[in-house]
Design a protein around this ligand. Structure first.
Ligand code: NAP
Length: 274
């Protein structure tokens, strides 16, 4: 399975479809990620808060895939904001993953109430300039949080990983990203399974002889998102990456676009402090 790459604003390339491991139990993570690597995924998205970085590392070592063919992302948790704390958190994540560099490190949440994400970002700039991470980005940042980073630091995040699915497509934020060269990465791309019985998606699945999940993932890819679906189910893991042999017509993209207007499933970045 060949997954296309997206070129980030610093020239680094990320597979457009990766594998997310939120809520994958630590003791199952090595096996689940092993299944994903066998199915062809090369990008894995974990986080300090998921408690399963060690399992990701174990799977990577067992798979025997050259490190440079993999794209590993983890995230700094909310209690580790601040310059020194961020550097220490990075070291712990790297050690648990068992690798000597990271492809992408993200600030998991801005936590505006703590007002430290700009300081944290300067630690991220240091990690990048020291060559310990190939690209630095953010997650759950609103336009205002991004604007502050742009105004107060010298480095534009390579991407912003945000909740995004047909029901909550974040059109304005995506337009802001496009204006500033920030790639959009969609978390909960399948709305955690909540949209899979939606009538219009089921109809499109029949039309293309695909599953509703594959239709949604194809929508993400065609509107330019990087996408990181999660599953612990081998058959779903394999089918979620089997989305590169068909293309949705423009009017079918428009049908999916018309599902917009829903609410967030996850927390509000303005108030979430974890
Ligand atoms: N930055 C953040 O704050 C943040 C927040 C949330 C998530 N994320 C990242 O985004 C990734 C994906 O988001 P997510 O895990 O919340 O949700 P998701 O990928 O939208 O959905 C996962 C759910 O959908 C089910 N599913 C997956 N493929 C399916 C298929 N083909 N058919 C039917 N059901 C299917 C899974 O079930 P089974 O597992 O039981 O198969 C699971 O319950 C996470 O793993 C994580 O890496 C980031």
């Amino acid at each position: 399975m060949t997954v296309p790459h997206v070129t980030l604003n610093n020239g680094v390339q990320i597979p457009q479809l990766g594998f997310g491991v939120f809520q994958v139990p630590p003791e199952e993570t090595a096996q689940v990620v092993g299944t994903a690597l066998e199915a062809g995924y090369r990008s894995i998205d974990t986080a300090r808060a998921y408690g399963n970085e060690a399992g990701v590392g174990e799977a990577v070592r067992s798979a025997g895939i050259p490190r440079e063919e993999l794209f590993l992302t983890t995230k700094l948790w909310n209690t580790h904001h601040g310059y020194d704390a961020a550097l220490q958190a990075f070291d712990r994540s790297l050690s648990d993953l068992g690798v000597d560099y990271l492809d992408l490190y993200l600030i998991h949440w801005p936590v505006p109430s703590a007002d430290r994400y700009v300081e944290t970002w300067t630690a991220f700039e240091k990690l990048a300039s020291d060559g310990r991470v190939r690209a630095i980005g953010v997650s759950n940042f609103t336009e205002a949080h991004l604007q502050r980073l742009l105004d107060e630091t010298g480095t534009v995040p390579v991407l912003n990983q945000v909740e995004l699915h047909p029901n909550f497509p974040q059109a304005e934020l995506r337009a802001f990203h496009a204006r500033h060269g920030i790639t959009t990465e969609a978390w909960s791309p399948l709305a955690q399974g909540g949209l899979l019985k939606e009538r219009s998606l089921v109809a499109l699945a029949e039309k293309y002889d695909k599953t509703p999940a594959q239709i949604i993932l194809r929508w993400h890819l065609q509107i330019g998102n990087v996408v990181i679906p999660k599953s612990v189910t081998p058959e779903r893991i394999r089918s979620n990456i089997d989305v590169f042999d068909f293309e949705l017509a423009d009017d079918d993209i428009a049908t999916i676009d018309s599902l917009a207007g829903g609410e967030r499933i996850g927390p509000d970045p303005e108030t979430f402090a974890g």
